[in-house]
Design a protein around this ligand. Structure first.
Ligand SMILES: [Zn+2]
Length: 275
């Protein structure tokens, strides 16, 4: 699933290409609207009418969401969820599989939204908060601090991994980067948040920033479906140290990486390095 680094990669690739462009047309791919509509909370015709003719003024990311600011004052919000991709194509480029919707731009390019599992969606809203009002601060932004992480963990019995995956606490961390950050910090993902020492909490704070930045620098992780805006895979999957390395030796100590379930999520960790 695309997490912060993957969505940020798409944002950075698209920003210089789409900001200042006008959306000239929108269509939902045949058969794609069923059974799950790709346009959320609005009928397709109203959505098409509202985005057609609108210019894109900015492109931001919040958590795992892309937010296209339109000159009409509305925001076009895209969430890729499990398998979504937002592809920048020419109309003459070969068709993309699992195509769900297409935005035509005034320079002739297309933004194609493809999504195998159909969990992703498009929203048109006056305020981003209408899609999610409960998103925590950006872990790579100024709004995130040691104090904030400390407050999120304090007195909590929930596993530390579940706490850092909670989008209301910190926006944008998913399963890959949670496992990698906890390895980097040397913390057992099952430990209750409230049990962490100040030292461990500080390590985790640094580790979250480090692994997310590494993910952005590697253009995201492509384990299965993630593709950037040009349809290419990222590189971070080559640099992970525990995620999906079950049964392989830890790069630090040689102990075999184990997989357990934490809060219902597959979790990969080194039983020797992570305490
Ligand atoms: Zn180890």
């Amino acid at each position: 699933m695309p997490e912060l680094p993957e969505v940020e990669t798409i944002r950075r690739d698209l920003e210089p290409r789409v900001v200042g462009r006008t959306i000239t047309a929108f269509r939902v791919a045949e058969d794609s609207g069923k059974p799950v509509p790709v346009v959320k909370r609005m009928d397709e015709a109203s959505f098409r009418e509202a985005v057609s003719g609108a210019s894109i003024r900015f492109l931001e990311r919040r958590g795992k969401y892309l937010v296209f600011g339109l000159d009409s004052g509305l925001s076009l919000v895209v969430h890729l969820r499990m398998t979504g991709a937002l592809l920048y194509r020419r109309p003459t480029d070969p068709p993309d599989r699992y195509l769900r919707a297409v935005f035509r731009l005034d320079d002739g390019h297309e933004l194609r939204f493809a999504d195998l599992r159909k969990f992703g969606g498009l929203w048109l809203v006056e305020s981003f908060d209408e899609v999610t009002s409960a998103l925590g601060p950006e872990p790579l932004g100024e709004g995130f601090s040691r104090e904030l992480l400390e407050a999120a963990l304090k007195d909590r019995k929930a596993p530390v991994k579940s706490i850092i995956l909670d989008q209301r606490r910190i926006a944008g961390i998913g399963n890959i980067y949670a496992d990698e950050a906890l390895f980097e910090a040397g913390i057992d993902p099952r430990r209750p948040g409230g049990d962490l020492s100040v030292e461990a909490m500080l390590k985790l704070f640094g580790a979250i920033g480090k692994v997310l930045l590494a993910g952005v620098e590697s253009r995201g992780a492509s384990f299965r479906d993630y593709l950037d805006a040009d349809g290419n895979t990222g590189n971070m999957q080559m640099y992970v140290r525990v995620f999906r390395r079950t049964g392989k030796p830890c790069y630090n100590c040689g102990t075999l990486i184990e997989r357990v379930k934490v809060g219902g999520r597959s979790t990969h960790f080194c039983p020797s390095c992570q305490r």
